[in-house]
Ligand binder design. Structure first.
Ligand SMILES: [Zn+2]
Length: 352
């Protein structure tokens, strides 16, 4: 695809993606016996004629099974997903090709928002997080994003308190230029913005680009929505460019980044479908359902089409005022305690 990918209509995009998804469907049937068993049980061995006819796996299967489409000697790295304390972490098997494809795609997507230059970067976390195996998912997220910055400074100490000397030195040095700030949504709010508020401090980081991810669940409980979140950031550090992004360890690379109009856009090599939780039918624009994400990247594990545990809706198709075409989504939160059970009933077994 040589033309500007953001100018492909949804229909054009699907025409490009469908053969890639069908290829991945065949590829994983041939190389992953679990995947083959799951789709065979659902009688979906033939090529799909529509993106929404492709099979999908429940994302939690990656917590229950070691799903791999490569030989053990080709494993380059095993990515652990976050998972709360009560859950076991998912395991995502990567070979060098898939890992390289993920990195390249992430660079392409994020450079559209933050530009090609590596900016001085303030990370809203503790520097020791990257050394603690307990937090490997958080560390992987930080390390993935740290690639896009330089002169990294960690804003928090080991007790999750602001490290004021580090923050002040960073502001002193870079207050008159663009910088990158990254943090997980809740941490950015609770340990940085709220800490600034409590101390009645304001920082001059008006040219900062703020990236954050990781879900709104804890903030919803505090009645903090995206508008409130952005207003507080503007008030405390002066930054106007605040971009949420949606992504998961099971589909690294194809992240959905919030545009200047506040919408999460499906990236070039990915698609999204929202399904009715009761019968798995495809929801219309604006209708709430379970989010299914499709990514053209993973060949080392069968995760190209996943039913997430997130509720949300498709908000627009080809009509976002920012000018980027394709689908935009909103995330409404996690599914209430659900059981998307076992292997064979992953297609129809999502119950709410
Ligand atoms: Zn947009």
């Amino acid at each position: 695809m040589r033309q500007d990918p953001t100018l492909l209509t949804q229909e054009q995009k699907e025409q490009h993606l469908l053969p890639l998804f069908n290829f991945l469907h065949q590829h994983h049937q041939q190389h992953c016996s679990e995947y083959q068993n799951i789709v065979a049980a659902n009688e979906q061995q033939i090529s799909a004629t529509n993106v929404d006819a492709l099979p999908f796996l429940a994302v939690r299967l990656f917590k229950q099974l070691k799903l791999s489409s490569i030989a053990p000697e080709d494993i380059f790295k095993v990515l652990q997903s976050s998972g709360t304390t009560s859950q076991t972490a998912a395991q995502v098997i990567l070979d060098k090709d898939t890992s390289a494809r993920q990195s390249k795609t992430l660079v392409n997507i994020l450079q559209r928002t933050i530009g090609k230059q590596r900016l001085p970067m303030l990370i809203i976390d503790s520097p020791n997080i990257v050394k603690d195996p307990k937090f490997s998912a958080r560390a992987a997220g930080i390390q993935g994003l740290a690639f896009f910055g330089r002169d990294h400074a960690y804003a928090l100490d080991d007790n999750m308190q602001p490290n004021w000397p580090v923050i002040e030195a960073f502001c002193e040095k870079y207050h008159e230029q663009p910088v990158l700030i990254f943090g997980f949504t809740f941490m950015l709010w609770a340990y940085f913005i709220q800490a600034l508020k409590q101390q009645n401090r304001q920082l001059d980081l008006s040219q900062a680009i703020v990236l954050h991810s990781g879900g709104w669940k804890k903030l919803e409980a505090q009645k903090v929505d995206n508008v409130t979140f952005k207003a507080a950031i503007k008030q405390r550090i002066g930054a106007l460019k605040v971009h949420n992004f949606y992504g998961m360890a099971e589909q690294v690379g194809t992240i959905f980044v919030e545009c200047s109009h506040g919408h999460l856009h499906a990236p070039l090599l990915a698609d999204v479908i929202v399904r009715n939780p009761y019968d798995m039918s495809v929801c219309g624009i604006g209708e709430q359902g379970i989010i299914q994400v499709l990514s053209a990247l993973p060949t080392s594990y069968p995760g190209f089409s996943l039913l997430t545990e997130d509720m949300g809706r498709v908000t627009q198709i080809d009509t976002c005022p920012c000018g980027h075409l394709g689908k935009t989504i909103s995330i409404d939160g996690r599914l209430p305690k659900t059981e998307v059970r076992g292997c064979s009933d992953t297609q129809a077994g999502a119950t709410v």
